[in-house]
Design a protein around this ligand. Structure first.
Ligand code: SF4
Ligand code: SF4
Length: 440
């Protein structure tokens, strides 16, 4: 059996809606005020190193690491700290946030390039770049890599799948920042002593595939792997299965297979930092959806309010039924448009009722489609039943902790049951129960 056919039995082919894929990224003018949350990653919040009334320069450290799993946060512009507030971020509670009034004149900033000569200096550079998993996971990259000794990783698997509908930011990064991706990939291979790398890209990104083949044409350690367009191929476990043919055990981790999966845009940030010394200060976003006037890819300063980004894209053509940070399958609904853009957001989607196919839930007809489609081979319908009964043993037996909240089960369910919302809640409930009982 070929590597790809293993996955073809599961997952779904979604309409792509990648209307911005061919559009060059547009740089949005700097906002007058930026709101910089001190936690834009999985892990502990940063400790602020500036206070109200402090003048700050572009690239200056605002929040330092307070724990091993954390990522520093820098000022995207020169200006003045005018206050400290809290904001609600999707998937997080209230996060302490610095307010920066940006200076009218932005002086040209120079950064000092880091010296990367070995694993330690590479990990320090990755940490100082402020990079986190930019595919949406948000896990600090230095913490992830730091768990591995030199020579321990056998394959660097660069994730350029970008399988969620609408989003085209990794695609545009591969086209517009190919040199930085090359620098990031080679530094990672060299410093971590990884013998081989594969960059996996769905076939609906022909220009990105061409650029990556071109940029790595003289690098024998690198291979470009063209994937069929299928959701949720960008999930770590699925990607490993498709590219390597190795199945990650349902309750296991990919590191046991010696594979390090890294998002392609995260590698571009690392490459840019190593080449220029400029840390992560801006985000490339796909701003799209049927309720938006001018869908486009936009580069914005981190901390820019979402409402200003929407305004920059022409505003609404109709009142959106739902505004989502991220993709329609795994993104989070935005309740308050004053919310700032953070490191973890790669899209803002203004979706109409038709696009979200809002309809009433009906009783389960026991068709088994959710089981057939789950990319991890789980039984969503049974996980939901076990969760409704708060049956921890049944959740354990059903591997509820493995659910990656991809939304496929909800998508295929003919009864329109909100399965993935429940399977995600089931996962959280199960993990909190086992932590409470000290069994994990
Ligand atoms: S949300 Fe979870 S249970 Fe549903 S298809 Fe995805 S991995 Fe399977
Ligand atoms: S797909 Fe929906 S209707 Fe079919 S078994 Fe699963 S929950 Fe029931």
């Amino acid at each position: 059996m070929s590597r790809i056919r293993l996955f073809q039995k599961r997952g779904v082919a979604l309409p792509h809606h990648k209307v911005t894929a061919k559009l060059q990224t547009v740089k949005m003018p700097l906002s007058k005020k930026l709101y910089i949350p001190l936690q834009q990653h999985t892990g502990a919040p940063c400790e602020p190193v500036v206070q109200k009334k402090d003048e700050v320069e572009k690239g200056q450290l605002l929040g330092k690491m307070s724990a091993a799993v954390c990522a520093p946060i820098y000022s995207p512009a020169s200006g003045k700290v005018t206050g400290v507030t809290t904001v609600d971020l999707p998937g997080k509670f209230q996060v302490e946030t610095l307010v920066i009034k940006t200076a009218e004149e932005q002086p040209e900033q120079t950064f000092s390039q880091p010296q990367v000569i070995d694993r330690e200096s590479y990990l320090k550079a990755v940490e100082d770049s402020g990079v986190v998993g930019l595919g949406g996971a948000g896990f600090p990259t230095a913490a992830k890599l730091g768990r591995k000794k030199a020579g321990e990783i056998k394959l660097l698997l660069v994730n350029g799948a970008e399988c969620e509908p609408y989003i085209a930011t990794d695609d545009r990064t591969m086209i517009e920042e190919d040199e930085y991706i090359r620098a990031g990939v080679l530094a990672t291979l060299d410093s971590m002593q990884i013998p081989r790398g594969v960059i996996a890209i769905e076939k609906n990104k022909p220009e990105a595939i061409m650029r990556m083949k071109q940029i790595f044409r003289d690098e024998p350690r690198m291979e470009v792997f063209v994937l069929p367009a299928k959701y949720p191929q960008g999930g770590k476990k699925i990607l490993i299965q498709v590219v390597c043919g190795d199945e990650v055990p349902t309750s296991g981790s990919s590191s046991s297979l010696g594979v390090m999966v890294m998002n392609v845009t995260s590698l571009s940030v690392i490459g840019k930092y190593i080449e220029t010394g400029e840390p992560l200060l801006t985000k490339r976003l796909t701003v799209a959806g049927g309720a938006l006037k001018n869908p486009q890819n936009v580069e914005v300063a981190i901390g820019t309010p979402v409402e200003e980004v929407i305004e920059f894209c022409g505003g609404f053509t109709e009142t959106p039924k739902k505004i989502v940070a991220g993709g329609p399958m795994m993104g989070h609904a935005i309740a308050d448009l004053s919310m700032p853009v953070t490191k973890q957001i790669n899209a803002i989607l203004c979706l109409t009722a038709e696009e979200i196919q809002d309809s009433l839930e009906e009783p389960c007809i026991r068709c088994g489609k959710c089981i057939d489609a789950c990319p991890l081979g789980l039984s969503p319908v049974e996980i939901v039943e076990a969760y409704d009964d708060r049956d921890v043993d049944a959740l354990a037996a059903l591997y509820a902790e493995s659910c990656m909240n991809c939304g496929v089960c909800s998508f295929v369910c003919p009864a329109k049951r909100r399965l993935s919302t429940k399977t995600s809640q089931a996962r959280k409930f199960y993990l909190s129960e086992v932590r409470k009982n000290g069994t994990k």
